[in-house]
Structures are given as C-alpha cells and as structure tokens.
Design a binder for this molecule. Sequence first.
Ligand SMILES: C[S@@+](CC[C@H](N)C(=O)[O-])C[C@H]1O[C@@H](n2cnc3c(N)ncnc32)[C@H](O)[C@@H]1O
Length: 213
Amino acid sequence: MEFNTEITNYILNNINPEDLLLQEISRETNAKIMRPRMISGYIQGKLLEMISFMISPKYILEIGTYTGYSALCLAKGLQKNGKIITIEINDELQNFTQSFFNKSENKHKIEFLIGDALEIVPKLEPLFDLIFIDGDKTNYIKYYEQCLLKLRVGGFIIADNTLWSGKVIDETIKSNDYQTKAIIEFNTHIKNDKRIDKIILPIRDGISIFRKL
Ligand SMILES: C[S@@+](CC[C@H](N)C(=O)[O-])C[C@H]1O[C@@H](n2cnc3c(N)ncnc32)[C@H](O)[C@@H]1O
C-alpha cells in the first residue's frame, strides 16, 4: 500500500525540502526512540501542513504526539492567535519531544499534554476546527466518538493508518491480527456514521478525512 521507494524519491525531488527542525526530529527519533516507523515523515507531514493552511484553524487537537513531527506540521497553518493541543500517553517522550517544540517558531502555540487522551479529551474546552487522531489503533472508535463531540460543525478530523499497510483487505491477516480488526471495525463505524462526510486517501498507511455535517 505504501509508495515504492522510486515514487517516494520522485515526490521528494519535486517538492520543497524538509525544514531543518523536522529533519532533526526524524534523525533523532530514528537514532534514539523505539518504533521510529511511527513518525509521520515528510510527505505525510507536508500533507498535514497543507490541510492546516487550507483550513486556517484556530484550534487543533492531536491524539498521539510521539516525537512531535505531525504537531509541528499542523501548527504551521494555525491562525496567529491559534493553538494546538497535542496529547501523548508515554511520559518517557516528554523531555525529548518538548525539546523540539522549544526550538520551533510556533512553540507559543503548542500545548503539550502528557496523559491518556481518553481521560483528557472529554475535559477540553474549545471546539476544535481540526483534529488529528494518531493514537493506538484499538481505541480509534473511542477517540473518534470523543473527538466528534469536540469538533465544530464544518470542522475536520484526520485519522492516520486507516488502511494499515493494506492489511484491511488481506484475508489471511484480517481475521487474526487484533490491530487490523480494530481498524476494519473503525472504518465500518465511519462508513455507517451519518453525522460526517468521509474519504480515505491511499497515501502512506491510509489517511482518512471526515467533515462534520
Ligand atoms: C503513531 S504514534 C504518533 C506519531 C505522531 N503523530 C507523528 O506523526 O509523528 C502514536 C502515539 O500515540 C501514543 N498514544 C497511544 N495511546 C494513547 C492515548 N490513549 N493517549 C495519548 N497518546 C497515546 C503512543 O504512545 C505513540 O507515541
């Protein structure tokens, strides 16, 4: 499902280069952090940045900060007085990730919360214009249901990994792997939800976009 290397290189050769801070996050994440494959990476990060600029949100919410790559991409499109709240459950990432936020020109727009998004999101105040769901796959339906309540009408939710490397259509995997099952259940939940419009983009690991009606 993911792009082959040649196409990826072609894309990278035909867009602006990744900025230095994002390069540093990728490099340091790959060198020092477990499961570096979880990072958004440049093509997906640029897509998030573009979407954020298109919407020009005042408030963004992110579930699953990891090392901050996607939060920094999303923050670029915020309004001047806008804010992104990004939530990460793994407190071992706190200092590492905060160090990159501190280097960003958008650091004053980033509120980085450590804790379980499922406990934090219901307590959040603003109605968000854009929400990025990128936490553990088994909780996607719960995140989505909580997030939809916190999204303004006309606002957008982006959910990552919704094609799960193509495993969602692989008969041998889909009945055995609990994460694949969770993603399939999530996609069915979304399909049947009349409160939103929806698209799944076959980019990277599958990116879904929902608009609240
Ligand atoms: C795929 S990574 C996020 C990658 C990041 N958004 C990026 O694009 O670079 C998923 C992250 O979600 C975090 N996570 C998992 N369950 C969570 C929860 N309930 N609340 C907050 N964060 C959670 C994990 O610890 C992990 O760091």
